[in-house]
Design a protein around this ligand. Sequence first.
Ligand code: NDP
Length: 465
Amino acid sequence: MTSFDTQLFVIGGGSGGVRAARIAASLGAHVTIAESFRYGGTCVIRGCVPKKLLVYASHYAQEFRDAAGFGWSVPPATFSWPKLIAAMDAEIGKLSAMYEKNLLNSGVQVLQGAARVIDAHTVEVNDQRIRTEHILVATGGTPFLPALPGIEHAITSNEVFNLPEQPRRVLIVGGGYIAVEFAGIFHGLGSEVTLAYRGEQILRGFDDDLRAHLHDEMAQNGVRILLHSEVTQIEKSGDGSLQVGLRSGSEGTATQHSFDTVLYATGRLPNTQGMGLAEAGVALDKTGGIIVDAYGHSNVPSIHAVGDVTNRIALTPVAIREGAALAQTLFGTAPTTADLTTVPSAVFSQPQIGTVGLTEAQALQAVPQIDIYRTNFRALGRGLAGGKERTLVKLIVDSASQRVLGAHMVGDDAAEIIQSLAVAIRMGATKADFDATVALHPTSAEEFVTLKDKTTRSRSDQASA
Ligand code: NDP
């Protein structure tokens, strides 16, 4: 390290950066990390963690309602948004402090400040220039807001966790993860929720059965979902409410609506602006994402990137894997890549989605013919609760090899169930392996090992249809 102040300078203290820093330090490297906001990054500070806490909070309304069916008399419940937010903030504060402490305990030099790349081996932070053998950019992403009149009145997932009070009427724009998750949260907490999506069905990219099932369940719960709808402008009225113009349907019908809060969840962009990357010769894609190879190396040999800033799979566990692999590559014994062949994912919508492997459409691209097994049922306990919610379970199997290519679920505990199934699917389990597994009764998960009704679809049917 003769001519360098440090061996690895990590920019960004989120999931990927922190994991890379700690593993590199454990491998004996001199590591420095800088974070401009709070250690923990998007996931801990304004993403997965606070979102899941809000999801928990919003479930209580239904629990109170369901309780009556099980013989409980529950006095009218009241809810305090400020109390919830204060409790959530305290929890996040603890987690953030833990991230910083873990870095220090691992021997990482921890800095607070926005870092900028000066050249391939120099970083500037708090007016100090640091010479480093390697630079790891792990700065994550930031919400994207389309340009339209009055967009400055909208909030994003950055602000939603700090609203001083719960909005009574919320418009959520977008049909992806964040949009459907916050639709469930605000609806559960008692707000009147409208979700406006520009396409023909929410959650583009997910299996079509899941998308339709979630849509139906959300709509039945009382979330107003407007498809083929785009916001044309937002105006703030004298009373503070937001007047929103919407253009909907194939006719482009214009309507005007009033809301207290407009939350945009229209995707995220890599956080690379003003960081000196292009000037240092780092190749960026058209969204600003750092182009890297399977190891996380950019085109500049000493500059690397992991996580959302690379504009690939924007999921925390993926960033963590990429960070660990990069540290191993740089300071371990062998070049290592993150194995991302079977990445499960969950949408903490209400009801929840869990999914792993291929969708029906993707499976038909991958193999000539597939067997589809699906069931749709009312989970035990829902009857007593008087609920109409239905659970969807679906398996997609390669007809030739009988390998399970995808497992999908919408319903209670879908994320927990799919996490375990991901192990089996990654190991190459066949439908016969699922069938040979004894059911765990009574659960919703057992449906995955008792699926009988099969539909077969082949690529050639599709082509001729
Ligand atoms: P997504 O990419 O999931 O969804 C963006 C949505 O916004 C899509 O429905 C998209 O429509 C729509 N959209 C994009 N541009 C516009 C526009 N100009 N006008 C109107 N609508 C638009 O992004 P999110 O913001 O929901 O989440 C960002 C990422 O964060 C996710 O992709 C995911 O990787 C991660 N995340 C993961 C979670 C989890 O694991 N549970 C939870 C939250 C986030 P269209 O489909 O037509 O493109």
